[in-house]
Design a protein around this ligand. Sequence first.
Ligand SMILES: Cc1cc2nc3c(=O)[nH]c(=O)nc-3n(C[C@H](O)[C@H](O)[C@H](O)COP(=O)(O)OP(=O)(O)OC[C@H]3O[C@@H](n4cnc5c(N)ncnc54)[C@H](O)[C@@H]3O)c2cc1C
Length: 508
Amino acid sequence: MQVHKDIKVELDETLEEKLQLLSPDFSHYRILKKSIDARKRHAPHEVYTVEVYKKGESEKLPKFEFKKQKWTKNPPVVIGSGPAGLFCALRLVEQGIPCILLERGNPAEKRIFSINKFWRYGVLDPNDNVCFGEGGAGFFSDGKLITRIKSHHIPYVMDRLVQFGAPEEIRFLANPHIGSDKIRRIIPQIRKFLTEHGCEIHFNTIFSELVIKDGSVIGVQTQDGREWRSEHIVLATGHSSDEVFKDIFKKKINIEGKSFAIGLRIEHSQNFIDRTQYGIYCEHPKLKAANYKLADHDKKSGVGVYSFCMCPGGYVLSSGTDPDGIVVNGMSNYNRNSPFANAAIVVSVDHQKLFGKDVWGGLRLRKDLELLCFEAVQARGGTHQVPVQITTDFIEGRLGNALPTSSPSGAVAVDFNQILPDLISSPLKKSLKSFNKKIPGFISTESQLHGIESRTSSPIRIPRNPQTLQSTSHKNLYPAGEGAGYAGGITSAAVDGVRIAEAIVNSI
Ligand SMILES: Cc1cc2nc3c(=O)[nH]c(=O)nc-3n(C[C@H](O)[C@H](O)[C@H](O)COP(=O)(O)OP(=O)(O)OC[C@H]3O[C@@H](n4cnc5c(N)ncnc54)[C@H](O)[C@@H]3O)c2cc1C
C-alpha cells in the first residue's frame, strides 16, 4: 500500500488518470481526503490524498468495536436527543451500558409537521420546533460536519453516521455535508439501533429539575411528575432551553457567562456566489454550489466579525423557540440546489467586557433582540415572517422593500438600524464594507439581510472537571454539548457526547 498526498486533479482530468501515472500497477484505492482548491491564483481543481493498493492487498478500514462493560448501577440518564445526547447514548449502549434518553419533543417523523405548521402559519410548539425534538438543533440543519476541533473521536462519529445512512464521502471530504433531507432519515435509524441495544427513549418528556442530595445529583424529575434515579446524569439540552439554565442556577450548580456572537444572515443568489468563487469555471459540472468564508478583526476594539454556517444552495429558516421572538438560521438539502446562498455574518460578543460578573447578560441580550425583531415584524403588519432588509438599505440607514427570500416563513421589510445596538450594527456595517472588497457585489441592492442570528452558540457555560467531565460543583452531573458550552456544531457536539460516555465508563 502506498499513500499519495495532495494529488492535484484538474477539472477535465480524473483521479484514476493521475493514479495511473503515480502507481502504474495499482489495482484499487481509498480516498483519505478530498477538497476543492478554488483560490483565485489558478483554475479551480480537486486535491486528493489517496491510499493505493496493488492486486491482492486489502484495504485497512478503521474498525470501531468496544469492550462490553459489566454494568450493575442504575442506567445513566441522558437529557436531550441532539447530536451530543444521541452520540452519548450510542457509545454507552455499544459498550453494553443501558441508558434512559429523555426528549422534550417528538420523534423525527412527527417533528416535521410541527415545524411546517410554524413556518406556514406561525403556530409554534414550544417543545417541538427547529431547535427542540429528536435530533436536536442539528436535525433541521445544513448538516455541515466541518469542525475546528481536533479529536480522535471524529472518525468514529463519521463512521457511525455512514453506518446509519450518511453518504460515504463524509469520511474524506474536507467540507463534509449531509443535508437536512438525509439527516432526517438518519435519525430514525440511530433511534432504532439505540432501542434495540438497551436505550429506553421517552419523547414528549420535559426535564424539569435535578434531584440533589449532599452535593451530588442523584436523579431527575420531569414535568409529568416522574422521577429517574441515577449516579450518571448527562445534561445535553442545547443552548436554547433558558428554563434549564434557570433551574440549574436555582439548584446552585456552577454556571458562568460565555462569549458568543450575534448578527444577521445575508442572502445572495447562488449564481452570484458561484461566479465570484469559480469565475469562468462556475458552470463546470464537477463544481458544486460554491461557499465562502470571511473574517474581519478590529485590533483596537478586539471585536471580530465573521461569516458563520454558510449554506450554499440553502434556505434561511425561522428557528426560534419563543412565541414572541424571531431567530434565523440556515439549512440546505444534500444537493444544495436552492437558487440562494446564505450565511450568518456575526459580531463577537465578549462576555467579560460587556457583562462582567452578570451571568445572564448574554442570554438577556439575545432574548431582547429576538423580541425586538418579533415586534418590528408585527409593527409592519406581519405575523410570523422573518424580518429582512436589503443590504444597501441597512448600510444607508433606510427602510426599503423586501426582496424575494428562500425563507419558507416569508419576509417583512424592517430597519435593522432601529433594532440592533450600536455594538452590533457598527462593526457589522464596517465589516460588510470590508467583505465587499473581497467579494465585490457582496453589498448590493440584490442581497438581503435576515434577522436575527442570535443562537450561534451558548451564552452560558456549565463548567466541568476536565478529567471526570462532571460539574465542578456537583458530582454525577455531566454537562454536555453546545448548551454546556463545550461544542459548537453537529460534529463537536457528537464528539462531546462520546467523551461523556467514555467518562461515565471511566467512573466505574
Ligand atoms: C437551523 C440550524 C442549522 C444548523 N446547521 C448546522 C450545520 O450545518 N452544521 C453544524 O455543525 N451545526 C449546525 N447547527 C448547529 C447544531 O445544530 C448544534 O450545534 C448542535 O445541534 C448542538 O448539539 P447538542 O446536542 O449540544 O444540542 P441540541 O442539538 O440543541 O439538542 C438539545 C436537545 O435537548 C432537548 N431538550 C432541551 N430541553 C429539554 C428538556 N427540558 N427536557 C428534555 N429535552 C430537552 C431538545 O429538544 C434537543 O433535542 C445548526 C443549527 C440550526 C438551528
